[in-house]
Design a protein around this ligand. Structure first.
Ligand SMILES: [Zn+2]
Length: 122
């Protein structure tokens, strides 16, 4: 799991798609444009990629729920031709942060209601 990060070819397509690949030559998965990368860099993640099932286990959800989140655009994922959906661990962390709430949905109050210190006599 803790493999050293490898450098990958970085692609930026005219259609706005940005992605990494092992080859420096490929067709854009979004628009089909043939692209050639000249920039090799370390991906911003060092995490591995999870399948829908693995992501579901991570979030203690059903695979169907995870798939729904992907379809609704709430969970960043990759749809790889011939491979299927992959979700980076980073994407899961980002997703969790986006939906982080306190128990009540209200800001946490540090101090409770003011107490009258009637019993204190100086
Ligand atoms: Zn494209």
């Amino acid at each position: 799991m803790n493999r050293p990060p490898r450098k990958l070819w970085y692609f930026v397509c005219q259609c706005g798609a940005k992605f990494f690949a092992k080859e420096n030559n490929l067709d854009c998965p979004r628009c089909g444009e043939t692209l050639e990368s000249t920039e090799q860099m370390e991906p911003p993640w060092t995490n591995r990629y999870l399948t829908i099932r693995e992501a579901a286990q991570r979030l203690r959800a059903s695979p169907r729920s995870i798939y729904g989140l992907c379809q609704r655009g709430l969970l960043v994922h990759f749809k790889l031709p011939g491979v299927g959906v992959r979700i980076s661990e980073e994407a899961i962390e980002e997703f969790l942060k986006a939906y982080q709430r306190t128990g009540t949905g209200k800001p946490l109050r540090i101090s409770g209601p003011r107490q009258k210190l009637r019993h204190l006599r100086v």
